[in-house]
Design a protein around this ligand. Structure first.
Ligand SMILES: Nc1ncnc2c1ncn2[C@@H]1O[C@H](COP(=O)(O)OP(=O)(O)OP(=O)(O)O)[C@@H](O)[C@H]1O
Ligand SMILES: [Mg+2]
Length: 538
């Protein structure tokens, strides 16, 4: 989390090793309502931006910690909320002012995209391969059309081999799941093929277990068998008559069909996954068919691509369709040792793909490594001096809370966080200190912009706004009513108290500074979590 730490989870006998904030939050069995809000903002940051999920949760936690002091001093939550919102608006305006754009220049744009991709991979298990994956992620996004639909980037995992054997296909790729007799005689490469997509079974059905046929005359049995053969041969002839030389089906294509197509120089694959079929359809322009009758009259249902080939990847066979004319698409084939490692690689690449997609849209970046947070913190301290009353204190507290990112980065890298943050404060007070952040390689501070630690400004704006909204939402809760009986029924490791594990096995309330919402929301007993007495309660 936040750079160098990873977490290992075991849930339902399944081990997950991850550093991705959204994944960790999703796997936690959180029951506390305030913590659920934090899980939600991590998920929304993941959906919207893809990266920065840890940052958003940590910032929201820090804002709540800062607010707790004011609640205890008797400041009304609405006053605190107004202060937090004011500070966020100011910070977002400043972020937009500071963001550096590279519109127009293609080389600079490519560099920007690669740097952002690498920064998001920096904190992941595959960080030492960021130079390998960074350009690959950018290539994948650049293979797409203007809609930048990430569903058109497929990620396939093939265990085995080394990570650097992973590769990008600028088209659709999927694994052949079943091989039948005759398959080896089918063509392994075709140029400008005609592709027919079916949602139709091309297999003899006679052995179906639940079929019951009653006949009075045993000689009629042969006629039933013949009829079945006739039906399947009719379907196969329909496929060939369509003019297609690649036939893909969502449903099984049995050995009879495989041999039939092989004899006629056609390629076929059955049991292709729904997502892969959809990508082939939108990339090649083929239209899914549920019948083969009349296909010879309508060739517009067939798709095409520049090259089709079948390639061996590790122990698997892959079907690759490249140079697709209709929609542009890409597939990343990932290699690597353990399953957990490849799973985490996929999650990390997803973050990186999302970040590059956002960069393509806005092309404006700020420096990471805590630099932008320190700058916003300095700016808000100055802004606080321009206002009076309680708001001044709240904006100052917000400014201090923003220092949590560099502090956590320094802490996770094993440095003295207080010393590093002090150095950063000093530097940011000087004119040339704007982009100074944590130097995780030299246990010091450095200009992270010059070092290429770049993050899209949209990611920072989103994480700041979401963190503020989550804190405001929790602050605006006057009272939480809990029904002990339904809590017991839902169980979970948090037990009847309902405090799921978070923060190193401690209940969430402790992880958030002790006492949870009850202590956070007030001393007078008027607010806080109360057991619901009455219907369903005790
Ligand atoms: N080389 C680097 N030097 C200093 N800081 C870095 C470097 N690379 C990344 N960072 C910083 O690390 C932080 C990101 O850490 P991390 O990726 O673990 O969390 P996240 O992006 O908030 O959440 P997640 O990736 O889990 O969704 C950002 O503040 C980023 O600026
Ligand atoms: Mg990240």
């Amino acid at each position: 989390m936040l750079s160098t730490k990873s977490y290992m989870f075991q849930f339902l006998m399944q081990v997950t090793i991850s550093n991705d904030g959204a994944t960790i939050m999703r796997l936690l069995e959180v029951v506390h309502p305030a913590a659920k809000t934090l899980v939600d903002i991590a998920a929304s940051q993941d959906d919207e931006i893809g990266d920065g999920t840890t940052t958003v949760v940590i910032t929201a936690g820090e804002l709540l910690k800062a607010s707790k002091q004011f609640v205890e001093d008797g400041v009304h939550p609405q006053v605190i909320i107004a202060g937090l919102r004011y500070a966020t608006t100011k910070a977002v305006t400043r972020l937009n002012e500071l963001a550096i754009g590279v519109d127009g220049d293609m080389v600079a744009r490519r560099t920007l995209l690669e740097k952002c991709a690498k920064t998001s991979l920096n904190s992941k298990l595959i960080s030492q391969h960021q130079d390998f994956f960074g350009p690959m992620v950018v290539d994948a996004i650049e293979s797409l059309d203007e809609s930048l639909n990430l569903n058109m980037v497929g990620i396939k995992k093939v265990p085995g081999g080394s990570v650097t054997e992973s590769f990008l296909v600028q088209g659709v790729a999927f694994k052949r799941t079943f091989s039948y007799a005759g398959f080896e005689q089918q063509p392994k490469a075709l140029t400008q093929p005609k592709i027919l997509l079916l949602n139709l079974e091309l297999e003899l059905k006679s052995e179906r277990a639940n079929a019951e046929i009653r006949i009075e005359d045993p000689t009629k049995y042969q006629s039933i068998v013949d009829a079945e053969w006739e039906i399947i041969y009719e379907k196969l002839a329909g496929c060939v008559a369509s003019g297609a030389n690649i036939i893909l089906s969502k449903l099984p294509i049995g050995d009879l069909a495989t041999q039939y197509f092989a004899d006629r120089g056609l390629f076929c694959a059955g049991r292709v996954g729904a997502a892969d079929m959809a990508r082939v359809a939108s990339a090649t322009g083929a239209k899914m068919q549920t019948t083969v009758h009349g296909l010879e009259k309508d060739s517009s249902v067939l798709g095409t691509c520049a090259v089709f080939e079948e390639r061996q990847v590790g122990a698997e066979r892959y079907n690759l369709f490249t140079g697709c004319p209709v929609a542009r698409t890409a597939t990343m084939v990932l290699r690597g040792g353990a399953r957990e490692f490849i799973d985490e690689t996929e999650r990390s690449l997803h973050d990186s793909l999302m970040i590059v997609k956002n960069c393509v849209k806005s092309s404006r970046v700020v420096a990471g490594g805590g630099a932008i947070e320190m700058e916003l913190s300095r700016f808000l301290r100055e802004e606080a001096l321009k206002i009076t009353g309680k708001q001044q204190l709240i904006v100052s507290a917000f400014a201090k809370a923003l220092e949590v990112t560099p502090r956590q980065l320094a802490d996770n890298a094993g440095f003295d966080a207080t010393e590093i943050v002090n150095l950063l404060r000093q530097r940011h007070a000087k004119e040339d200190g704007l982009w100074y952040g944590v130097d995780i390689e030299n246990q010091s501070i450095c200009d992270t912009y010059a070092k290429g630690v770049w993050e899209p400004v949209t990611s920072k704006i989103n994480s700041l706004s979401s963190a503020c909204e989550a804190a405001c939402l929790i602050l605006s809760v006057d009272e939480t009513i809990r029904n002990p009986q339904s809590q017991q029924a839902q169980g979970g490791p948090g037990g009847p108290g309902g405090m799921g594990g978070m923060g190193g096995g401690r209940p969430l309330s402790q992880a958030m500074g002790g006492g949870g919402m009850r202590s956070m929301m007030g001393r007078a007993g008027g607010r806080g979590i109360r057991a619901y007495r009455g219907k369903g309660g005790k």
